[in-house]
Design a protein around this ligand. Sequence first.
Ligand code: ADP
Ligand code: XUL
Length: 592
Amino acid sequence: MVQRFLQVMFSLFSTYNLELTAAAVYVKVLPFLTMEEGHYSLPEATLFLGFDCSTQSLKASVLDANLVIVATEFVRFDIDLPHYKTEGGVYRDPLINGRIVSPPLMWVEALDVMLERLSKRLNLAKIVSISGSAQQHGSVYWKNGSFRILSSLNPDMRLVDQLGEAFSLNESPIWMDSSTTEQCRKIEEAVGGALELHCLTGSRAHERYVGPQVRKIYEKHREIYHNTERISLVSSFMGSLLIGAYACIDETDGAGMNLMDIKKRKWSNVALEATAPYLEQKLGKLAPAYAVSGYIAPYFANRFHFNKNCLIIQWSGDNPNSLAGLTLETGDLSISLGTSDTVFGITDEPQPCLESHVFPNPVDTKGFMVMLVYKNGSLTREDVRNRYADGSWEIFNKHLRQTPPLNDGKLGFYYKEHEILPPLPVGFHRYILKNFTGHSLDGVIEQEVDEFDAPSEVRALIEGQLLSMRAHVERLGMLLPPKRLVVTGGASSNECILAAVASIFGCDVHTVPRPDSAPLGAALRAAHGWMCYEKGSFVPLGMLYDGKLEKTSLCSKLSVNAGDPILAAKYALVMRKRIEIEDRLVRELGRL
Ligand code: ADP
Ligand code: XUL
């Protein structure tokens, strides 16, 4: 009875946008949390599930009560769901420059397939809470009247067979999209400039952010805008499926929209007005990452035998969840080498810098996460691998081993996609630094060339990507070398790339047991949200693992020792030259 009452309460809270805090509806219906040697112990035999709905796949990691991974699973969009005909999980519009989208129904079906797979391997009834990560900035448009479909799912049918008509836009703009440059400039102008918008929302206007995307839909497809009752981020979309109601947008992921007042963690009227009318009602409320979104919908309890008490904790972005899974502290830095490359850390006071993205700290009630983002990450490395290393990571690594550090002065800029940082269009630019001795830049001149030999291409790509990161982290004023540098994401399994990170950053490089830290972080946040719910208020995340980190799957290990400091100093010189060339390219070709 109590359970049913709470489910109804949660549905009502989500539907009518009432503020939902764990404390407000706190009733103890789950196993107890106990305090032991400075940390909280989760109840024996409980499991915590974390998802990551990323660009190319849906992944899952399951943690036990000791925070040890007991299962992982993934559904690859191109391979496991070939009927959507995506490439790398996306569609690139051949007619509209920079338009990159994904079908939201594919994410729905991926959840069907994922749960079918997990239910064959695990007793899902043991899962007490679920959270998730998703690619940031993607947006989903629910058609007027879709709440009814979402809240009355039939457990005898798959989700995909019930939600086909739920969207007013069947192709969701995603983080790779760069088709809204015009809207970005108009929004910045309306709020008083790029820096003003950065100070207000945490970022200048970015093409992939939801605000510019919504403004474009309002300007160009007004009927779609008016036929939309709710706009979700990919994160809150997936959370909505699990609770069978519209989930709030998480404050951290919500900062990636150019719509939220970063200091107040509330929608900003100024930014809303600069974007589109009646927007706030379509967005619903914001909620902190540790909050409960609701109980799992009866659909999942009936179809997959989840416990009806299973809590859904707010989903967040993949980068914020990685930060959680890597247990980052102030002074640490993480490099994530996934489909996108990102560099992020935590700070109390972010510097106003137009290149950075500032979000509320995803695992605390105060402080900020600061991040740099590159669109040309793994897919560009794959492209160069396919062109110059026969499509093989082994040959790619052989090229890296046989070329000297600093690449004999060969520098490359590889943009297979329109880049975010710097804002340059598609194109490859290659230079050879003449007269470079490694001691100073005096007399060094760059000569543009068409192509290098294959091994040098590979080294120029990797060194170029990492030098850019080091240079822009320096511009941000973050601690370098960091206290701890942790590398994650698919390419962090490549030891040659890790060795290049150690040489260029001149510090030790750490990794975590698995390269996919986003689903791991989500599973940890599921446990954290459950713990806060149990306590009836926010509890620091560290209370889950302080003093026992090394016994968990969260513990990072030293993978590569710091490179030679003399070499790191030489890289610093090349980095200065590279930034000079980059600034010039931006002046000549950039989208500003
Ligand atoms: P996502 O952003 O979709 O979560 P992942 O973190 O799962 O991406 O990373 C996927 C990418 O990892 C692939 O596109 C692939 O290029 C890259 N990858 C996998 N193995 C290697 C390797 N040995 N060397 C370099 N990159 C790799
Ligand atoms: C972050 C960003 C990407 C996506 C990739 O701002 O755009 O890292 O989150 O999934």
